[in-house]
Design a protein around this ligand. Structure first.
Ligand code: ZN
Length: 375
């Protein structure tokens, strides 16, 4: 028996693995930080034998609530991922799998590798409507890339979308992929109307270093990028610096920042109601967005989510708040679940890569409604 994690976004520590029924694991922390939650490893074992794994010390993980009613993801072919029923006792997550093949991958959510990320932006750049821009280098020396979709003319609305500031929230990049491919579909009427009225600036991976390192929440040097938007620095958070500079060049009329939430089994949005510059006009656009998305898909709901900020009490280090305030625009944090959408649960897949992509396509229906109001 053998367990390894030396690959893109791999992350696990083996405490002991003496026999298939006694495998004990822990999750290493993100580099230079205290966050631990993302895991991704390969088990080579014996076919037709049941392997029982326990990940321990989870009371000290970043989101202990995230393990309640959570089921681990597994894959034999690294394309099709399925849920493995898991139990959580407050500190230990235990799950068993009878191997159908000698090697199986396990992960916290369906991985979105750096190679897949490069494939996405390079497929996209071959479209006539899409321009691929280099923003700068990360601290580990990876490229920060942005896609500009739609012909840029001054009268068009500028829609900004960022994903995966928190690298373990891979559903955010799956969702961005859904958005990008729908926009590039020349026979999609909604996409054509959108691109007549708007230009999209999309950063599908805000944190390529943390992604490749197998982090949940931080970049190469332990910075939580979604707390850097008030005063990013080249030393701690160049990723945010590049994007804020690019936003200052283009302007922003609407902003979505895509995330995953460890604990809540729902898709939801968090707005900028606590911003000093929040207005009735922004609230009206938020309502248009939410009402349109509620009609478009039962994957969205507006009952469960984060507590709303009191007026003037927004945390302006958070991307959506900072961008909404700086550009006086509608700005949402979009959250997807790690577990499932409890309103329409799926016991085999839970929340999945496919559902994340579909949500991305459906988000554009709500974006279109807002852009039509902004015209
Ligand atoms: Zn997040």
């Amino acid at each position: 028996m053998h367990i390894s994690s030396q690959f893109d976004s791999g992350n696990i520590n083996v405490v002991r693995a003496n026999s298939p029924e006694d495998i004990l694991l822990t999750i290493p922390k993100d580099n230079q930080s205290d966050f631990a939650q993302w895991f991704h490893f390969r088990l080579m074992g014996e076919t037709f034998v049941t392997h029982t794994m326990t990940i321990t010390d989870l009371a000290k993980s970043a989101y202990p609530e995230g393990w309640k009613d959570y089921n681990v993801l597994a894959s034999y072919d690294r394309e099709t991922w399925f849920r493995v029923p898991s139990t959580f006792d407050g500190d230990n997550l235990t799950f068993s799998l009878t191997l159908e093949q000698p090697s199986v991958f396990f992960a916290y959510f369906i991985p979105y590798s750096y190679e897949r990320h490069l494939d996405l932006i390079h497929h996209a750049q071959t479209s006539l409507f899409c321009e691929h821009r280099f923003l700068g280098l990360t601290l580990d020396g990876r490229d920060m890339s942005m896609l500009v979709i739609g012909e840029q003319t001054p009268e068009k609305k500028k829609v900004w979308i960022t994903a995966r500031q928190h690298p373990g929230e891979t559903m955010a990049e799956w969702c961005a992929q859904g958005i990008i491919y729908r926009l590039l579909d020349e026979q999609d009427g909604l996409a054509r109307q959108l691109l007549d009225n708007a230009v999209f600036y999309i950063v599908p991976n805000m944190n390529p270093d943390g992604s490749a390192r197998g982090h949940l929440r931080t970049n190469a040097v332990g910075t939580n990028l979604n707390r850097e938007w008030a005063s990013p620095t080249a030393q701690k958070s160049p990723e945010v610096l590049y994007v804020l500079d690019a936003m200052a060049d283009t302007g922003v009329d609407m902003y979505l920042d895509l995330h995953g939430d460890e604990a809540l089994p729902y898709n939801f949005v968090a707005g900028t109601e606590g911003n000093p510059g929040y207005t009735a006009d922004i609230e009206a656009l938020e309502n248009t967005f939410k009402q349109t998305l509620l009609t478009a898909t039962p994957e969205f709901q507006d009952e469960f989510g984060y507590e709303k900020d009191a007026p003037g009490k927004a945390n302006l280090t958070v991307a959506s708040n900072a961008v909404g305030e700086k550009f006086s625009c509608m700005a949402y944090t979009v959250e997807m679940p790690f577990k499932d959408n409890a309103n329409i649960p799926d016991n085999v897949n839970g929340w999945s890569a496919q559902r994340s992509q579909q949500l991305g396509e459906d988000l554009l229906i709500a974006v279109n409604a807002v852009v039509n109001k902004l015209k």
